[in-house]
Design a protein around this ligand. Structure first.
Ligand code: ACO
Length: 325
């Protein structure tokens, strides 16, 4: 038994912030941001009505509607979130109540930064493959704008907000979940955000900025363009498939140049790497399920397609999966 996607849904915040909007208060330009990142605009959450939990609920409801199932049959909810509006209860428990799931449904969250959705996916699949879940929601939701430092032009222009959800159903005919997960805690210093409540740090002058995203962009860029193509190659060797046979490479939407460099290094045509970064920026753990949802809505994602998902981010962590849609 392995989980197969039977429903997808996303929630995109209403407010659009363009590159020109940033140029109005920062020393930057539409030209610089477009050329270096591929981003033209991003959606930023209303911090009162569009919290990570509420966006996760909306994405989950759409995935349930897409699948046409009874939420009472869902027996597991795992949500990836790095920017939650609640420490407790988990985002998954908020979704549990809102969709009317039963008390036979397990709920917890995972924090693996941008690769969170892939980590949540592997967790859900492990439950399904060991017979401990049959119908599971796997969600990524983020309000990155809550943690952005709007004085730092090198990071704040990258991020967008949103949520995406996939409903996975146990299927005897699906092939086993095939993945590789890697991490390097030693290299984690280039991408950090401190927790807000640390009484021993309150007196420190720079503590306020430490509770926003801190990133050494060039270091993260170098890490991504080297490790992402490598883990995809390793995945194809480990599970003996030909990368040329893959229909779509669904990569974390962090920077168009990283995706283009990955396609080039693998020698795969760029059109097999769909992107939505131009309109959504980097939505962290929500980026992959948001992209899957829009590809399905556009009719580009079809049953039986061979897909590689890959992501990378803070930790440092990076992973790749081979799935059949
Ligand atoms: N507008 C104009 N100039 C800028 C901007 C901006 N928004 N941001 C930086 N610059 C300047 C820098 O100050 C620097 O100026 P200097 O040469 O005078 O010092 C110059 O542009 C070049 O800076 P770099 O940082 O070297 O620019 P680079 O080409 O590397 O692009 C970027 C920066 C876009 C951040 C890139 O490094 C990147 O995308 N890195 C990866 C980030 C990422 O993918 N993060 C994902 C993980 S996020 C997570 O897990 C939460």
């Amino acid at each position: 038994m392995t989980g197969r996607i039977i429903g997808l849904g996303s929630y995109i915040p209403k407010k659009i912030v363009t590159n020109d909007d940033f140029a109005a208060f920062l020393d930057t330009s539409d030209e610089w941001i477009t050329e270096r990142t591929g981003i033209k605009e991003r959606h930023i959450a209303d911090h009162i009505t569009e919290k990570p939990s509420t966006m996760a609920v909306e994405a989950a409801k759409k995935a349930i509607e897409d699948a046409g199932i009874d939420p009472k049959d869902i027996d597991l909810i795992v949500t990836a979130c790095t920017t939650p509006d609640l420490v407790i209860p988990s985002m998954s428990c908020v979704v549990h109540e809102a969709i009317g799931a039963s008390e036979n449904c397990g709920c917890f969250d995972v924090n693996s930064a941008c690769p969170g959705f892939v980590a949540a996916w592997n967790t859900v699949q492990s439950f399904i493959e060991t017979g401990n879940a049959k119908l599971a929601l796997c969600i990524g939701t983020e309000c990155n704008s809550n943690f952005a430092n709007y004085n730092d032009r090198g990071t704040c222009i990258l991020f967008g907000d949103g949520a995406g959800a996939a409903l996975l159903k146990a299927d005897e005919s699906a092939k086993p979940n095939q993945f590789i997960m890697r991490s390097s805690g030693a290299r984690g210093g280039c991408l950090r955000c401190e927790a807000a409540r640390q009484p021993d740090r309150w007196e420190e002058e720079d503590f306020k900025t430490a509770t926003s995203f801190y990133m050494q962009g060039r270091e993260v860029f170098k890490f991504a363009v080297s490790e992402v193509p490598q883990i995809i190659k390793d995945l194809s060797e480990k599970f003996s498939f030909d990368l040329n046979d893959i229909d779509m490479f669904i990569l974390h939407q962090a920077n168009a140049r990283i995706i283009e460099a990955t396609a080039k290094k693998l020698g795969i045509p760029r059109d097999r790497f769909p992107m939505n970064i131009m309109n959504y920026g980097n939505a962290s753990s929500a980026s992959i399920p948001m992209l899957l949802t829009s590809l399905k809505a556009e009719g580009r994602l079809k049953p039986g397609m061979k897909i590689v998902m890959a992501s990378f981010g803070a930790g440092l962590t990076w992973d790749a999966n081979y799935i059949i849609f």
